[in-house]
Design a protein around this ligand. Structure first.
Ligand code: ADP
Ligand code: MG
Length: 286
C-alpha cells in the first residue's frame, strides 16, 4: 500500500505538487493504487476521473464527519439503529425517522423530548444529532446546567454577546437535562436571550424530565419561562415519552427490583409529565 503523504512534505513530482496545492489528499495518497485499479478495469479517462473524484469526496466526507462528531461533544456514542422501539411504545418510530431526515433542522424548528429518567431521551438526542451531522449540519451538544453556567460566566465577564454569537453558530444546539438540577438565578433571562437569538434560524433539541407546564418552576420565573416557551414551541415537535426506565428494565427482568404493580397508574417519575396541550405539537412545515 502507498504510504500516506504528510501535508508538510515538499512534493518533488509536479502532479503530486498540484494535488497537494489543490488539497486533494485522497487522490494524492492513493494515486498509484487508483491508477492501477483504473488500468485493471480498463476505465476510460473520464471513468478514471470519476473514480478519483469519488475517492476524494469519500475522504473529505469522512474527515468532515469525524471532525463534526468531535466538535459536537456528544457524551456517548448512540445511534438510532441501537434504539429498541419495541421497548418504548410511546415513541412513534415513524416520527423519529422523519426527524432523522433532518428537515426540521434546515427549517430552524425545535424538538422537545420530555419524559422521566431512563426512557432514552439522551440516546435519541445524540442519535438525531448524529443524523444531522451525516446530513451535513453542524451540531453542538451540552447540558442545561453547563450551558447556563457558561452564559452566566460570560455575562459576568462582559462577553455575553460573544458567547451568544458562538452558541448561535451550530445549526443544531442540543440542550440535555433541563430541569434535573437547579439553574443559576439569572438562568431564565440568559436562556431567553439564547432562544431569541436562535429563533427561526437555528434548531434546538431540548430534553427535560419536566412537562412544559413546569418550566416556570424550572426557571424560577414564570413570565420569562412563558416567553421562552412561546418562541420554542412556535415551530416545534414535542415528543412526550412515557414508560419505565430502560436502565431498570434489565434489573427488573433479573428480579433484582420489583416490577410495578399490575394496572398501575403512571410509571416511575411520569406523574409530573402531562401531555403538551394547546396544539403546539406541530407537524413539520411544508
Ligand atoms: P434519559 O436521557 O431519558 O434519562 P438515556 O437516553 O440516558 O435516558 O437512556 C438510559 C440508557 O438506556 C442509555 O444507555 C440508553 O442508550 C439506553 N436506552 C434507553 N432507552 C433505550 C431503548 N429504547 N433502546 C435501547 N437503549 C435504550
Ligand atoms: Mg438523559
Amino acid at each position: 500500500m502507498t504510504r500516506a503523504k504528510k501535508a508538510t512534505e515538499v512534493p518533488t513530482d509536479p502532479l503530486d505538487a498540484m494535488l497537494a496545492r489543490l488539497q486533494l489528499s485522497g487522490i494524492r495518497d492513493q494515486l498509484d493504487n487508483l491508477l492501477d485499479e483504473a488500468a485493471r478495469a480498463n476505465l476510460s479517462a473520464r471513468e478514471t476521473l470519476i473514480l478519483l473524484c469519488e475517492r476524494e469526496i469519500a475522504r473529505k466526507d469522512h474527515r468532515r464527519i469525524d471532525m463534526a462528531l468531535k466538535l459536537a461533544h456528544f457524551p456517548a456514542v448512540k445511534e438510532l439503529a441501537g434504539f429498541d422501539f419495541e421497548a418504548q411504545p410511546s415513541i412513534d418510530p415513524k416520527q423519529i425517522r422523519d426527524l432523522a431526515a433532518s428537515r426540521w433542522i434546515a427549517n430552524g424548528e425545535n424538538v422537545l423530548l420530555l419524559g422521566p429518567p431512563g426512557v432514552g431521551k439522551t440516546h435519541l438526542s445524540i442519535a438525531l444529532g448524529r443524523e444531522a451531522i451525516l446530513a451535513g449540519y453542524t451540531v453542538q451538544f451540552t447540558t442545561a446546567t453547563t450551558l447556563v453556567a457558561g452564559l452566566a460566566k460570560a455575562h459576568g465577564e462582559r462577553r455575553l454577546d460573544e458567547k451568544l454569537l458562538a452558541l448561535s453558530k451550530p445549526k443544531l444546539l442540543i440542550v440535555d437535562e433541563l430541569g434535573y438540577l437547579p439553574l443559576e438565578p439569572d438562568a431564565a433571562h440568559l436562556f431567553f436571550q439564547l432562544v431569541s437569538r436562535r429563533y427561526e434560524t437555528g434548531a434546538m433539541l431540548i430534553t427535560s424530565n419536566r412537562s412544559v407546564a413546569e418550566w416556570g418552576t424550572v426557571f424560577a420565573d414564570p413570565v420569562v419561562a412563558t416567553a421562552i416557551l412561546d418562541r420554542l414551541l412556535h415551530h416545534s415537535h414535542v415528543l412526550t415519552i412515557r414508560g419505565d426506565s430502560y436502565r431498570l428494565r434489565a434489573k427488573r427482568k433479573s428480579g433484582l427490583i420489583q416490577p410495578p404493580p399490575a394496572g398501575d397508574g403512571p410509571p416511575v417519575g411520569s406523574a409530573s409529565l402531562r401531555p403538551v396541550t394547546g396544539g403546539n405539537n406541530l407537524q413539520p412545515r411544508s
